[in-house]
Design a protein around this ligand. Structure first.
Ligand SMILES: CC(=O)SCCNC(=O)CCNC(=O)[C@H](O)C(C)(C)COP(=O)(O)OP(=O)(O)OC[C@H]1O[C@@H](n2cnc3c(N)ncnc32)[C@H](O)[C@@H]1OP(=O)(O)O
Ligand SMILES: CC(C)C(=O)C(=O)O
Length: 564
């Protein structure tokens, strides 16, 4: 039998870990989330100024915090976590800055984060003095390891501590325009019945109503399981939370296993209405879930992402400035290389796809940016996020004719005949195989010029002319640089030229001819491409001129020059 799996046991110490399903059992049957689809965006809540900021080696200074806040508002976020005011004077002062009238737009709600300690809760309330539209966000870890090792509290004691803190918050809020949020930190490793008991208790204590809902935010603080496990946990809570219409079910995935986006998406299928995350996935360890990817994943499915990412590079620039961290080149939707193909077959498909797209837009009578998008290998139109097409195709030794033709066409207006594309692609292969490096559009053009146009534009002829002696009868005369005269006749200028060359012992058979204008309008330059068999060898030549005839004659001579 074929030994299809030749892997051998590793000596990794994997036996030190237990699977997540052994650590937390979810009593869910008849799960509905696998059959659902996401049809609208959840409420996105960026936590860049809190969770993202606390993960930075150099936390944001006031200028950076302001820029980040303005960016988030400008992108259209309507609920923004702005800090942990009891953690530092810097955070406290920033919240005080936001209390300045007019700094927070009327339709934006800010969230402030606090642990379950009276003096820190009081400091939190001091920071929001005079502000309206605020959510006070209380958090405490609830999972067994945290209870036992970090907090030193059993289940009832921890529940009592949370209840006491929540009551203190409610008293300090009084009847002000303040809503409440609770996060059972490490929800994903907490017994479902225990989280439910605490959340339902707080829903009652805070007297949640549809007009003044509470937010229960269920974090995957450290991502430990496959996304389906998180989805089960969320669906279980969605089904069992009291006063469901008075509770906003929120999720807060991290990305330790690299599946934060999948966790968030499955959680939304399972009933989550609100997603906390950071732009480009900044955050503790491997980061919070990336809100940019989540939003553009919806966009790419035809669902309004409800935030503006039409200039993704500007968003990225601000985030990189604020976080002092780069966004990697392969980062979904935003990396420098994510709309770029180097490999030949991808380039060929993109080249054909772009041409098909332009034609479809013309057929529909709409601008290309409004036509339905179905270009192979590009999940979205780069133009949707403000990217141009220059970088879509880049050429190196793995590229083929399609990519090369695309660059010469988009940059220089050349419409190379298919066989010339194939011919030129081997010249490019030779050039790039030698260096192993990428070749730019400018270098391609120079190589094209050196291969097909120069120095054969005039070739061996010092001067030449053609006349139509009779309808359908042409005569070509010219002088070779060595002074010899040439002449020949034919049914067109080019056949007269080949007849003249034959008279000088050069046997030329034109196999393919094409020409087109290079620039629109009168007086524009034309380019001619000729494939010719010259004394038995097949070569391409090309030439450009404002006269189509001159371009054609020079193209033939360029092919001849390459053989002789
Ligand atoms: C998952 C998350 O992102 S949670 C948010 C994490 N963010 C941060 O920690 C950034 C800001 N934090 C801070 O600036 C500080 O930790 C402070 C100001 C809040 C507290 O500082 P300190 O009083 O010096 O405490 P320290 O940070 O050393 O330890 C935390 C203490 O709070 C307790 N604690 C931890 N979480 C909570 C909570 N949610 N509610 C109440 N107490 C808590 C711990 O058990 C520990 O108590 P102990 O000192 O009795 O053992
Ligand atoms: C406490 C919550 C919201 C959190 O930041 C986390 O669990 O990562």
């Amino acid at each position: 039998m074929y030994d299809w799996n030749r892997q051998r046991p590793s000596n990794m110490p994997y036996h030190r870990y237990r699977p997540a399903h052994e650590r937390v059992e979810v009593p869910l049957t008849g799960r509905a989330w696998p059959g659902r689809r996401i049809t609208e965006a959840p409420l996105w809540v960026p936590v860049d100024l809190r969770d993202g900021n606390q993960a930075l080696a150099e936390p944001m200074d006031p200028e950076r915090k302001r820029r980040m806040f303005e960016l988030l508002v400008g992108m259209g976020f309507k609920e923004i976590e702005v800090g942990y005011p009891s953690s530092s004077q810097l955070d406290f002062d920033f919240i005080r800055h936001l209390a300045t009238p007019g700094v927070v737009p009327e339709d934006v709600t800010v969230v402030v984060f606090t642990p379950a300690r009276h003096e820190l809760i009081e400091r939190t309330f001091a920071s929001i003095e005079g502000m309206s539209r605020v959510v006070v966000h209380l958090y405490t870890a609830t999972a067994p390891t945290w209870r036992d090792v970090v907090l030193g509290q059993d289940r009832p004691a921890l529940h009592a501590m949370i209840r006491d803190a929540a009551g203190h918050i409610a008293r300090l809020a009084g009847d002000r325009d303040i809503r409440f949020q609770f996060s059972p930190e490490v929800f994903n490793l907490t017994e479902p019945d225990y989280v439910l008991e605490i959340c339902n208790d707080l829903t009652a204590l805070w007297d949640a109503s549809p007009d003044r809902p509470v937010t229960h935010n269920l974090p995957a603080t450290v991502e430990v399981a496959t996304p389906n496990v998180y989805a089960d946990q969320i669906e279980y809570m969605h089904r069992h939370l009291d006063r469901r219409d008075a509770v906003i079910l929120s999720v807060h995935p991290h990305n330790d296993r690299g599946t934060g986006v999948a966790c968030a998406e499955l959680a939304v299928l399972a009933g989550a209405q609100r997603v906390e995350g950071c732009l480009f996935g900044n955050g503790e360890r491997t980061g919070n879930v990336d809100l940019v990817t989540l939003a553009l994943n919806l966009h790419a499915q035809g669902v309004d992402p409800m935030i503006d990412l039409s200039d993704i590079d500007e968003v990225r620039r601000v985030v990189e400035h604020c976080n002092r961290l780069p966004v990697p080149e392969r980062h979904p939707y935003a990396g420098d290389l994510v709309y770029t193909a180097f490999s030949g077959t991808h380039q060929d498909a993109i080249n054909k796809g772009m041409a098909h797209h332009a034609k479809r837009a013309a057929d529909l009578g709409v601008p290309p940016e409004q036509a339905p998008w179905e270009v192979p290998y590009l999940p979205i139109d780069p133009a949707d996020v403000g990217r141009g097409y220059q970088a879509v195709i880049r050429v190196n030794s793995q590229s083929g004719k399609g990519g090369i033709a695309y660059l010469l066409q988009t940059r220089y207006g050349l419409e190379l005949p298919r066989r010339l594309q194939i011919d030129f692609s081997s010249a490019v292969q030779r050039a790039t195989d030698g260096s192993g490096e990428e070749i730019t559009a400018e270098q391609l053009w120079e190589l094209f010029h050196a291969t097909y146009l120069a120095p054969g534009e005039i070739g061996a002829l010092a001067d030449w002319s053609t006349v139509e002696t009779d309808p359908g009868a042409h005569e070509f005369t010219g002088t070779l640089r060595n002074g010899r005269r040439l002449s020949g006749t034919g049914n067109g200028p080019l056949s007269a030229l080949t007849a003249a060359l034959a008279g000088d012992g050069i046997d030329v058979d034109i196999l393919h001819y094409a020409e087109h204008a290079l620039d629109p309008g009168r007086g524009s330059r034309a380019i001619a491409y000729v494939e010719a068999r010259v004394n038995g060898a097949t070569r391409w030549g090309a030439a450009q001129d404002t006269s189509v005839l001159t371009a054609s004659v020079h193209a033939v001579l360029a092919a001849v020059h390459r053989v002789i």
